[in-house]
Design a protein around this ligand. Structure first.
Ligand code: GBH
Length: 511
């Protein structure tokens, strides 16, 4: 053993939480650094390439976070328009009124995505721009905007993945009870049918909703996202229930109105990873990822079992029993609709081992463990291996990574450029982990980097920057960051550029 491998061995024991599982990747990396003649290492994918040939490389955004034009062309108010004006709700009182001004600059923005070489673009539609009152009268100018946008997406050779709803809920519907109103499922179906009619000739890949955990949990239970309510737990469960009914009815509407539609559901996937490569720890992580045993919105199976299996998880039904709303058995049939893919938004993982009494035990991160610009994101690249693997094992659906990315405190440097080495290193690691999942047989069809552009990060306002393209909000100047150029190479080589790297194991981010 040389000096370096000894050091790595020591740190692997010290931070068992994240590095012991990456032995295979480290071995592959060593092979890579020695230099394979064909430049190809068995690091993932079939036939030595890290990603399958038809892999969808994309980037993602959401309407409220980038569009601006909050009061233009007949758009109605969303709960976020209202929430942002509440004192103390959003960092420094920022709002999405202007955001990236994408409503007016979409041509320039899509040209940047084309130059990136992206194959696909995930974006969302603002519900109140289409239906200012949430249902009923259609705002033609809103439809016109998305017609122009979709045409421009296609003109730039990007495949659209459209999220029908990414949190900008019509304020008018909130006033009618929002997700607590049983009719909310039909309101959403009406909206999806309209989207299908207007755009389904050109958009074939759809997601019904983005992260119900957030627009129900953070928004209606924790009160930190719009509209900022703190409902009692039973009411929160009812809102969640209706949101899943809405998803089901939305799937039906999209299939009825779009020929050859591919429809998926997008989760804020909370990932677990095993502390070591032992079978016991693997089983602990697997149990923890699908357990419903905490009164919070982050229990994966609560949101996914009903829409895929047509059944709430038994442990959750027992745990939430006294708060569980009464509902018709047929509601579960409404929720359970065939899906073409499962969309996973993955940012981090928690680490588990088999603990006392055989129960999964969360391993806390050591003090000073590396994190991104947001407090909730420790650097845990294994998330992109274990997440797709565990979700595919349980639900058997093809997986699309509909979001993944890192917030960094970016700035323009003296040389006029925006250097973001943390983002590059993070993306490098997670994509190698994703490639390993594919190699181990998980059907992952695409990866959408969050985000294409810096944008309005909800309650954190513009403080957080997740983009590969820097946005100066004082003059709307766009500057591609180093990560943009780096990702361009990844896409151009279908991931082969990832194989050129140093000796440190992918999941080791401490000394
Ligand atoms: C996504 O939300 C959104 O889809 C996107 O709009 C947003 O800009 C992007 O990610 C970046 O935030 O571990 O208990 O602290 C992700 C929202 C925030 C949900 C952190 C999970 C952690 C819960 N996630 N949260 S906890």
């Amino acid at each position: 053993m040389n000096k370096r491998s000894v050091a790595v061995g020591v740190s692997r024991r010290k931070f068992l939480g994240v590095s012991a599982v990456s032995v295979a990747a480290a071995t592959a990396a060593k092979a890579a650094s020695k230099g394979d003649k064909k430049g190809v290492v068995k690091d993932g994918g079939k036939g030595g390439d890290p990603f399958p040939k038809d892999f969808t490389w994309g980037a993602a955004t959401a309407s409220y976070q980038i569009e601006g034009a909050a009061n233009e062309d007949g758009k109605g108010q969303s709960v976020w328009d209202v929430f942002c004006k509440k004192k103390g709700a959003v960092f420094e009182g920022h709002t999405g009124d202007v955001a990236c001004d994408h409503y007016h600059r979409y041509k320039e923005d899509l040209a940047l995505l084309k130059q990136l070489g992206a194959k696909a673009y995930r974006f969302s539609i603002s519900w109140p721009r289409i239906f200012p009152e949430g249902t009923g009268t259609v705002n033609q100018k809103g439809v016109d905007f998305y017609n122009r946008l979709v045409d421009e997406i296609l003109k730039n050779d990007l495949k659209p993945l459209c999220t029908a709803f990414h949190w900008d809920y019509p304020q008018a519907l909130y006033k009618r009870g929002g997700w607590l109103n049983r009719d909310s499922a039909d309101w959403f179906a009406e909206y999806c049918a309209l989207l299908g009619d207007k755009f389904g000739d050109r958009i074939k890949t759809w997601a019904t909703q983005n992260e119900p955990q957030c627009y129900i949990g953070l928004a209606l239970l924790d009160g930190v996202h719009a509209p900022g309510d703190k409902l009692e737990f039973g009411k929160y469960l009812l809102a969640a229930h209706n949101s899943m009914r809405a998803h089901g009815k939305g799937v039906q509407a999209l299939r009825a109105h779009v020929k050859d539609a591919k429809v998926g559901y997008v989760l804020a996937a909370q990932i677990t990873q095993p502390a070591t490569s032992s079978a016991d720890d693997l089983e602990a992580a697997r149990q923890a990822i699908f357990a419903t045993n905490v009164r919070d919105p982050w229990r994966n199976a609560w949101w996914t079992d009903p829409v895929i299996f047509g059944k709430y998880p038994d442990d959750g039904l027992a745990f939430y029993a006294k708060d569980m709303p009464k509902f018709k058995a047929s509601d579960l049939d409404e929720m359970k609709q065939p899906l073409d893919y499962l969309g996973l938004n993955i940012y981090k993982a928690d680490t588990y081992k088999k603990g006392a009494g055989g129960k999964p035990e969360l391993i806390p991160l050591p003090p000073g463990y590396p994190r991104s610009g947001v407090d909730w994101q420790p650097i845990t690249p294994g998330a992109l291996y274990w997440g797709p693997r565990f979700f595919h094992e349980r639900y058997k659906l093809p997986v699309v990574i509909t979001e993944n990315g890192l917030s960094t405190r970016d700035q323009v440097f003296l040389d006029g450029k925006v250097h973001d080495p943390q983002r590059v290193d993070y993306m490098h690691r997670v994509l190698l982990e994703l490639s390993r999942a594919i190699k181990d047989g998980v059907p992952v069809n695409g990866y959408y980097a969050w985000s294409a552009f810096d944008n309005f990060e909800w309650a954190d306002g513009y403080k957080q920057r997740f983009g590969m393209i820097y946005v100066d909000y004082t003059n709307q100047k766009r500057i591609p960051k180093d990560s943009y150029e780096w990702y361009r190479k990844v896409i151009a080589t279908n991931g082969r550029s990832l194989l050129d790297r140093g000796p440190v194991p992918v999941t080791q981010v401490t000394a």
